[in-house]
Design a protein around this ligand. Structure first.
Ligand code: NAP
Length: 462
């Protein structure tokens, strides 16, 4: 267990062992002032740097990330407890974002001619200044880069306030950009607890904010942003449906449902949290799912043979188990798991719940852990209604014949629908939700435009 007495620091703790790895002083108000001043000053030159010059730096950063892949992956595994293979996958994905925007930003932000009877007109996309990037721990590199890469290429500067349990990953992202030659002040990491961020939002040098995290943090940032008339994008939680209908490839659907739900120990925003299966194939689906479930090996995230790693912290495992207990207390059926594993670290059993009904908290809340919630429906309409019976609207996966799946997908209120493949992330596709899953888009061309001033230039006819 953590041994030092409580100090005002940001702590890096290994959730697989509960050992304190490192501590960082919280960024002092004086240092924060210096960082804000430098970011503001750096913007004045960075915004006028050519796309070509910015691209050289970002491509170098991508190269450095890949050179340091093993080191970065181990760091993420140490701080978050994610499986080493998943950390390696994340590092590779993260590097793609620097390369993608280094190549495409110039086209995404090219002047856009507009037809008008007034004469020639075009939109010029201007960066707006220093942005505050508030990110969660579950993908400690990808999350930073999916907003960092487009906005740095666009000419904005950025202050990163990462989750308090990944200070080493956060610092590594700044260090790599420095090593790649990014000018001082363009991207700076700060060590701040979430509850201190409101004050930063009031600073006039911060021009916009992107937050990925919980509904609670999202609501708090939305208030701070609107009070200060600042642009915000919010990428919040989800309780994604994974719909399987009777003309799906059943084996593939089962495999992806279990794999998807256990991936990152169930701690992905767009993890398939509610598995919704058509009644006439439900028994077969569940039997196959359980046969995979029973072979899952929970263990050390550094061990390549581990299937399910620990959660990210003591508080996370306690919270998820409380949610499971509450569901059982409210009469859900616990088919597998539901308990803490008797070893040091934030380990819990992969859990499978059925008979979850509308009145239960588990029906409404996001469960951010390896908890497979199984529902059955009679037909397509019931699947749509159940999928939409949530305050969230992030992702959704549908396994069915293609036309049927597309028809259903059109009626589901979420930002991301994947058909016959598991919801995932790639730089070319926008990412983001609707309803309480937030607003705005990251990734792709949509993502880079979120923090641009689309300035109209209208030139009178001669
Ligand atoms: P969280 O508590 O909201 O933390 C996320 C980030 O927000 C951290 O950097 C945190 O800092 C900061 N924060 C917390 N309270 C804040 C406040 N009042 N003002 C400003 N910043 C604040 O979220 P989490 O529980 O760690 O992360 C998991 C959540 O993120 C889940 O709901 C998940 O679904 C969601 N998520 C969404 C996406 C997406 O793309 N939609 C992607 C990944 C995760 P501290 O760590 O210092 O508290």
């Amino acid at each position: 267990m953590e041994t030092t007495e409580k100090r005002n620091t940001i702590k890096s703790i290994n959730p697989a062992t509960n050992v304190l790895l490192k501590e960082f002083e919280i960024t002092s108000p004086e240092k924060l002032e210096d960082i804000l001043a430098k970011a503001d000053k750096a913007f004045k030159t960075w915004k006028n740097t050519s796309f070509e010059d910015r691209a050289v730096i970002l491509k170098k950063a991508a190269e450095l990330i890949l050179d340091k892949k093993q080191f970065l992956a181990e760091l993420a595994t140490l701080e978050v407890g994610k499986k080493i293979s998943e950390s390696i996958g994340e590092v590779e994905l993260a590097a793609k974002f620097y390369n993608y925007y280094a190549e495409h930003a110039v086209d995404f932000l090219a002047d856009k001619p507009v037809k008008t009877p007034l004469g020639d007109a075009f939109l010029s996309y201007d960066p707006i200044g220093t942005l505050l990037s508030i990110q969660p721990w579950n993908f400690p590199y990808y999350q930073v880069l999916r907003v960092g890469a487009p906005q740095l290429m666009a000419g904005n500067t950025m202050i990163l306030k990462h989750a308090s349990n990944v200070p080493q990953c956060a610092q590594a992202m700044e260090d790599i950009l420095q090593e790649a030659g990014l000018p001082d002040g363009v991207f700076t990491n700060v060590f701040l607890p979430g509850n201190k961020v409101g004050e930063l939002m009031d600073d006039p040098r911060i021009k916009g904010v992107m937050l990925t995290g919980s509904e609670k943090a999202g609501a708090s940032i939305a208030i701070a942003a609107s009070k200060n008339i600042k642009k915000a994008t919010l990428e919040l939680g989800g309780s994604d449906p994974f719909i399987v209908l009777d003309d799906a490839d059943l084996d593939k659907a089962v495999q992806m449902a279990v794999y998807g739900r256990m991936y990152n120990s169930g701690r992905a925003c767009a993890s398939p949290k509610r598995i919704i299966v058509q009644e006439n194939i439900a028994d077969a689906f569940l039997a196959k799912a359980l046969s995979i479930f029973d072979k899952l090996k929970v263990g050390d995230p550094m061990d390549p043979s581990t299937d399910v790693a620990p959660l990210s912290s003591e508080s996370a495992v306690i919270e998820v188990l409380e949610q499971v207990d509450k569901a059982v207390e409210e009469s859900a059926t616990l088919v597998r798991g539901g308990h803490r594993i008797d070893r040091e670290g934030a380990y819990m059993e992969p859990t499978l719940l059925t008979n979850i009904t509308e009145n239960m908290l588990a029906f409404k809340e996001e469960i951010f852990g390896p908890v497979f919630m199984f529902y059955t429906v009679k037909n397509d309409q019931e699947a749509i209604d159940l999928a939409n019976a949530t305050d969230f609207g992030l992702g959704c996966t549908i396994y069915a014949s293609q036309d049927r799946a597309v028809k259903i997908g059109r009626q589901i209120d979420s930002g991301i629908i994947y058909i016959n493949q598991l919801t995932t992330a790639t730089p070319e596709l926008p990412y983001g939700g609707t309803k309480n899953s937030g607003y705005g888009r990251e990734q792709s061309e949509e993502g880079i435009h979120e923090f641009m001033n689309a300035k109209i230039m209208a030139i009178a006819k001669n």
